[in-house]
Design a binder for this molecule. Structure first.
Ligand code: AOF
Ligand code: ZN
Length: 378
């Protein structure tokens, strides 16, 4: 099979790929089990380019981005360039492969950001396009694309979803004061958290947080209130109470509880009567939920992007099990001093940070709060 020829890319190529990435970014959290891909069709000579089509993977994962962009372009796709944030698929799924649609539309150049690691594609998409005489350039803005497609790559290569851990701490490092509900972060940081939620397939918390904070874990941003993802609680012995908001509101926003096989049957029945789904996985040697198994079970259901909102106990267990792909630590302006309770960053997470397993990639001011985001370095 002929291989793609990597011709030099121009500033315009970068601009159009940025647009494809931005389009794909929009539907993050809505396309699982599929990745959210962006595609742009550009016609015209260099210096006089016109965007004639755009597409993003539809909610639920189908149609794919490329046929949407090609349909918008119509006859203008003939002789045009297609920019796409992931290698076009070459397999016969629920619809014919995107490579057929691209060749059929008369596209003469394809620029992609990332090779699709899905074993049904894995370079075959690029190869088929090149074989059809299309000029193929790969790897443009690959680093940016790898961030948005991290979930797809992790699910396909490791069989688990990607995990973004978020923790808030006081200025002196506490997760909060004992026996007291304390707001650590302000409204601007809360807005950022809600946007992460909207871009996740599921939000994960431990039973400690579910009981202590009684959170809603919904997206409350104007225009995005329909983007609340699935809410997942890890609860090894089903200690969750029917009065918990996550249980009471399960008919409005789906809630899934992951437990162990030793959970009492009456608790399962109670939860089912509220519309809460319960799945059981193996427990670890210490009798707690095996986190690898729990994440695998979520991936088996098609979930690819998990945002974990704590608390500190679950966060540290995830760090210990080496399951944290991205970590955001938000620090508020208030110090608790002697009134402080549990430290937000536990020993295992501290160690991962100290040894550079998680390295800082971004620092943002969110009103009076500061958010540092770290990424897995290997
Ligand atoms: C594309 N464009 O917009 C997306 C792609 O189950 P299917 O048939 O929909 O195929 C899913 C696979 O297609 C998925 O695992 C990934 O490899 C690819 N996703 N490919 O050409 C798109 N979302
Ligand atoms: Zn496709």
């Amino acid at each position: 099979m002929s291989q793609p020829s990597n011709v030099p890319v121009s500033a315009a190529d970068r601009r159009f790929m940025r647009l494809a990435l931005a389009l794909g970014h929009r539907n993050l959290g809505r396309t699982w089990p599929n990745p959210s891909v962006g595609a742009v069709v550009v016609a015209g000579e260099p210096g006089a380019e016109r965007i004639v089509g755009q597409g993003v993977t539809a909610p639920g994962g189908r149609p794919h981005a490329e046929p949407m962009a090609l349909a918008m372009a119509g006859a203008a796709a003939r002789g045009a360039t297609l920019y796409v944030s992931l290698e076009p698929c070459s397999h016969h799924g629920r619809t014919p492969p995107c490579t057929d649609a691209i060749i059929g539309a008369g596209i003469t150049r394809v620029v992609t950001a990332l090779t699709d690691p899905d074993s049904r594609v894995a370079g075959r998409g690029h190869g088929l396009l090149a074989e059809a005489g299309i000029a193929v350039t790969t790897g443009l803005l690959a680093e940016e694309a790898a961030r948005d497609h991290r979930s797809h790559v992790t699910r396909v290569t490791l069989g688990r979803p990607s995990l973004h851990l978020k923790l808030a701490q006081t200025r002196d490092g506490f997760a909060g004061a004992p026996n007291e509900r304390l707001r650590i972060t302000g409204p601007i940081a809360d807005g950022a958290v809600h946007l992460w939620r909207a871009h996740a397939d599921a939000i994960l918390v431990g039973i400690g947080t579910a009981r202590a904070d009684d959170p809603a874990l919904t997206v409350r941003l104007p225009g995005l209130s329909d983007r609340s993802p699935l809410r997942v609680v890890l609860d090894s012995s089903l200690r969750i109470l029917p009065s918990t908001y996550l249980v009471r509101s399960a008919r409005d926003v789906p809630t899934l509880i992951v437990t162990t096989r030793r959970a009492p049957i009456h608790a399962k029945r109670m939860l089912a009567s509220f519309g809460v789904e319960v799945i059981a996985v193996d427990s670890s040697r210490t009798g707690r939920i095996d986190l690898d198994e729990a994440l695998r079970a979520l991936a088996d259901r098609g979930l690819t992007r998990i945002c974990c909102e704590g608390g500190p106990g679950l966060a540290d267990a995830l760090a210990e099990a080496n399951l944290v792909d991205v970590f955001t630590l938000i620090t508020g302006p208030t110090a608790l001093g002697g009134a402080g309770g549990l430290p937000a960053v536990g020993a295992a997470l501290q160690e991962r940070l100290a040894h550079g397993h998680l390295r800082a990639i971004e620092t943002r001011s969110l009103g009076p709060d500061r958010a540092v985001t770290y990424e897995r370095s290997v």
